[in-house]
Design a protein around this ligand. Structure first.
Ligand code: AHM
Ligand code: MG
Length: 339
């Protein structure tokens, strides 16, 4: 086939070659299988009459869409049946799913099966996000195995369903890799390394500015700076975290969903939105900060979630842009980490 790199590794062979861990290969294959099934459901949603509400609310009180529910079932089935998982936490389920001991394995996976719910029905990019922990040695698999800091994750990633389906993931301490679903062979094939552009890349800020009246002053000042600097930044906001972070990784800029007076913990869920994206941003050379949260400015990856659906403010991107947020906090007398 012309233009096709026949040497590009598929996901399974890449994971085996790089980790020599057959259980991790099984886990990643289960995630990849789910992503392929969800991609097919997303693509056929209009035809299969899958747009619209399922009539329920999820664990955090959001209305569930039919595609949310279907994607959740797909992920749970694949992970439960993989034989390598003990604890599953989904945005769509109030309680964690504990896999019976006879069928379980060493991994605990937190996931948002279909992130970007507000974009599902208008055919704008959505995605799946996941973070993986290993259960504590000797544990049968309990909630405590997954209620841990982001730094304890061994792997994280997302899949974006757009004009192409791309799966991006990273193992602890490694780079972030991008695999693209080749529809001709039904396999994820290695395509590119994800790395934030040197120097910060395009000057883009990405946030829901409709919330600005509730922000703290340093965040307001940051956005004002982006708009009024001699070469003003461009605003880009899809409203699907997967798409906004994917663009940030590839083009540069900054993505923020800060704490505000209305939502002191921000909107995004820490285990299956904040941590996985923070790990990918950091391992691609960027910074993932909470902004001012619980009295200090710290790393997202250091937060310890209090419950499985806990939230956390997010400020992520390259050093050039996160530094501007930090400078505004400094001016307001708040201590910030050095960059
Ligand atoms: P969801 O999990 O219900 O889809 O909510 C998460 C999404 C993120 O993808 C996105 O960054 C954010 O919510 C958008 O929120 P808003 O509509 O408030 O801008
Ligand atoms: Mg979500």
């Amino acid at each position: 086939m012309s233009g096709v790199d026949v040497n590009a590794p598929t996901l399974g062979s890449f994971v085996m070659r790089n980790t020599k861990d057959p259980e991790l290969v099984i886990l990643m294959n289960a995630i990849a299988l789910s992503c392929k099934q969800i991609a097919t459901a997303v693509k056929r949603a209009g035809i299969a009459k899958l747009y619209g509400l399922a009539g329920e609310q999820n664990s955090t009180g959001d209305d569930q869409k039919m595609l949310d529910v279907m994607s959740n079932e797909i992920m749970i089935n694949a992970l439960r049946n993989s034989g390598v998982c003990s604890v599953l936490v989904s945005e769509e389920d109030e309680d964690p799913i504990i896999v019976p001991e006879a069928d379980n394995g060493k991994y605990c996976v937190a996931f948002d099966p279909l992130d970007g719910s507000s974009n599902i029905d208008c055919n704008v990019s959505v995605g799946t996000i996941f973070g993986v922990y290993e259960k504590e040695p000797g544990s049968k698999g309990t909630t405590a195995d997954i209620l841990r800091a982001g730094d304890d994750m061994i792997c994280a990633g997302y899949c974006v369903y757009s004009s192409a389906v791309e799966l991006v993931f990273s193992f602890k301490g490694g780079a972030a890799y991008c695999f693209c679903l080749d529809p001709n062979i039904g396999e994820f094939v290695s395509t590119r390394l994800m790395k934030l552009p040197d120097g910060g890349g395009k000057t883009i800020y990405s946030c829901n500015e409709g919330n600005s009246k509730h922000w703290d002053q340093p965040i307001k000042d940051t956005i004002e700076y982006f708009k009024t600097t001699p070469k003003p930044y461009t605003a880009r906001y899809v409203g699907s975290m997967v798409a906004d972070v994917h663009r940030t990784l590839l083009y540069g800029g900054i993505f923020i969903y800060p704490a505000d007076k209305k939502s002191p913990k921000g909107k995004l869920r820490i285990l299956y939105e904040g941590f996985p994206m923070a790990m990918l941003i950091e391992q691609s050379g960027g910074i993932a900060s909470t902004g001012l949260f619980k009295g200090k400015v710290g790393r997202v990856m250091d937060v310890i979630p209090e419950d499985i659906h806990d939230r956390c403010p997010i400020i992520m991107g390259g050093a050039r842009d996160v530094k501007i947020v930090y400078d505004m906090y400094k001016k307001a007398g708040v201590d910030v980490p050095s960059i």
